[in-house]
Design a binder for this molecule. Structure first.
Ligand code: ZN
Length: 106
């Protein structure tokens, strides 16, 4: 048999025998976790992933899926209501988009 054929045969045998590991350690707690879970949760086990999410600051994002195409305007409205300073352009734009009267002017 040729050198090449021999190498291919050996590689096939090796890959059949040594399957890649199906689990690995969580980067936070080191718990042995399925690879699928690790790749879904940023190399963390599910428990650490939940803790990671809980520790993240909540960011108010505009969500078109639940609020429609004017989600950005509703987000700006919420931000203004919570005391965030918007630029006068932002104030004007969200009010125009949501057809709310401008209180500053008029
Ligand atoms: Zn963990």
């Amino acid at each position: 048999m040729s050198q090449y054929g021999e190498t291919v045969k050996r590689m096939k045998a090796a890959s059949a025998a040594e399957e890649p590991p199906k689990e690995g350690p969580c980067i936070e707690c080191g718990k042995v976790t399925k690879n699928e879970t690790l790749s879904n949760y940023g190399a963390r086990c599910f428990k650490c992933y939940e803790a990671y999410l809980a520790a993240m600051p909540k960011v108010d994002t505009a969500d078109k899926r639940s609020e429609g195409p004017k989600a950005w305007a509703m987000r700006l409205k919420r931000l203004e209501a919570t005391g965030v300073r918007l630029s006068s352009v932002q104030k004007t734009m969200w009010r125009a988009a949501l057809r709310e009267p401008t209180h500053d002017q008029d």
